[in-house]
Write a protein of this length. Structure first.
Length: 250
């Protein structure tokens, strides 16, 4: 029994990444690109490659953007991919095999982060590398939650597919800093909406604890200088979240 597959991509100003991403999704029955008001040629390039492009002006809510893609997709199965990711041939085979079985499952997909000329497998990215993240789901199996670092919420059983997503985040330090600043603002607002408060103590201690955890306990040091910088940047993210959250209260 052949089950249709919709690949759903969220993109904003991704003209450098979108060709590689969409080329790796050619096996899908349809590709839906949710263009989050790009100011470059992302939408045009996606259409030229045969994707269905939906423009959305939703801001600071990645779960909502993924849901937009879900609403416009016509497949029975949804494969969620970010514009800076690429499906490997082994993963493609696993995906097609899984949807052919059509079991009541949602699937974890493992991801390899490629940054600063090397592959990161420890520290902040180790969970995605070893355990994976839910990205292949059946229509009606659940919903997305969280404004940023979104996760799929489902009562279905889970399995992990073989093969990897290749991830190419943050082409340079400037773009890394820009994304850390943006995502920390969204996360701070999300915590504020939940009534969470920040203190001077948490501003000082949480980032330090985050660095110790990701760099030493989770082995970020094993990824060399790239692992050091990555752990530092994510600790800086924690510092910004707590600092911005602090300023939201009188």
């Amino acid at each position: 029994m052949n089950m249709s597959l919709s690949a759903i991509v969220i993109a904003k100003n991704e003209e450098k990444n979108i060709p590689r991403c969409l080329a790796s999704l050619a096996f899908a029955d349809e590709i839906v690109v949710v263009d989050n008001t790009s100011t470059d040629t992302t939408g045009h390039m996606a259409r030229a490659m045969g994707a269905k492009v939906i423009t959305s002006s939703i801001t600071n809510n990645f779960s909502a953007l993924r849901t937009v893609g879900m609403d416009y997709a016509s497949g029975e199965w949804f494969l969620y991919i970010d514009a800076d990711e690429q499906v490997t041939p082994q993963l493609q085979k696993s995906i097609l095999k899984a949807i052919k079985k059509n079991e009541k499952q949602v699937y974890y997909i493992k991801r390899r982060d490629n940054w600063w000329g090397r592959q990161l497998t420890h520290g902040e990215v180790s969970t995605a590398y070893r355990q994976g993240i839910i990205r292949l789901v059946k229509k009606g199996s659940g919903s997305w939650k969280h404004l940023v670092h979104e996760a799929f919420n489902s009562n279905y059983n889970t399995k992990t597919l073989s093969g990897y997503l290749e991830h190419y985040p943050h082409p340079d330090i400037a773009s890394f800093i820009e994304s850390v600043n943006r995502y920390s603002s969204i996360r701070a607002q999300e915590l504020h909406d939940k009534g969470v408060q920040s203190t001077i103590f948490s501003i000082l201690t949480y980032p330090f604890g985050k660095f110790i955890y990701t760099y030493f306990i989770k082995g970020g040091f094993l990824d060399g200088v790239a692992g050091l910088v990555y752990s530092f940047m994510m600790s800086f993210h924690s510092f910004l979240v707590r600092s911005k959250l602090y300023t939201m209260y009188p």
